[in-house]
Design a protein around this ligand. Sequence first.
Ligand code: HMG
Ligand code: MG
Length: 323
Amino acid sequence: MKAPQRFPRNVTVFEVGPRDGLQNESRAIELASRLEFIRGLKQAGIQQIEAGAFVRPDRVPQMAASDQVFQELTSSREFWGPQYWALVPNAEGVKRAVAAGAKAIAVFTAASETFNQRNINLSIHESLARIREIVAEARRLKLRTRAYVSTAFGCPYEGRISPRRAIRVCEKLLELGVGQVSIGDTIGVATPKDVDAVVGPLVRDAGPALTAVHFHDTRGTALANTFRALEWGVSTVDASAGGLGGCPFAPGATGNLATEDLVYLLNGLGISTGIDLENLCRTSLRLAQAMGRPLSSRYLQTYAVQCGTAPFVQGQPGHGHSL
Ligand code: HMG
Ligand code: MG
């Protein structure tokens, strides 16, 4: 199927750095630095921010203090404005997120059985049943929802995933009433042809508003895949400041599409995002400083060299759990 080249006029950048990014760091980032990072993202103009995860703290210790992060975001005026999303795996996660003040939740399943078992200890069928209950509860509590489909193109344990399988899981989630489905290339194997095969039919049937894309840049194809998704009319793109990211349960998964690289591309295409790129770069550099390690965004590296802060962005990024 060929993309109709229907670029959107505006794109919503869905920033996942404070969750997908920081969950994969070898050491947990302290609360103050997490909040400082989110403050910077807000000041750069980002409106959708996934700020933490209410998963088992012993399984993902980097997200353990998400309760405190949300309490601060929702009680302190300086953070008001953006929508802050909480990643939740089950009813207990929803309860914790809501108690901390979250108004928007992201649920997750996968297109691969093995990955889903390793990630959340459930079959795909079981996780869809659980999501059905969470969506009903979210409706009752007037929470916004979105759902990720991980390993939509390939799985670290099962290899290639057929487009049919990925599309079926996305369709089931939309039938359950989630506000948006984010198609995840967890281990960064997709190329634009794969985007045509999975994103194309979904956009054709469900419309671009219900479809988001979530590319990891493991093999350097995230920006090319995003361009193809834009051609399909997709107008929500997940990205991570500095190119942070990865999944602790997907060996070899590295960073997300870098937000700076995405915004640079969109600016060049004349697609507006409301994001101040320079401001965003300063935020990512402050985070790199706090973490004491380089970040992988290509745009950020060039920016840092121009600013004379190269030591924090040169060399290879050291992702905690990746191969
Ligand atoms: P489980 O062990 O099957 O859960 O974990 P359980 O219901 O059997 O409960 C066992 C214990 O865990 C109990 O405690 C529960 O209270 C506790 P005990 O009675 O033994 O003392 N528990 C919890 N505690 C805190 N918060 C909770 C919670 N739930 C249970 N929410 C579970 C199942 C899913 C919770 C676990 O496997 C888990 O936390 N997994 C981590 C999953 C994760 O965070 N993965 C990374 C994010 S997904 C991703 O990165 C992909 C994405 O970016 C898209 C892409 O790139 O593809 C989204
Ligand atoms: Mg991810």
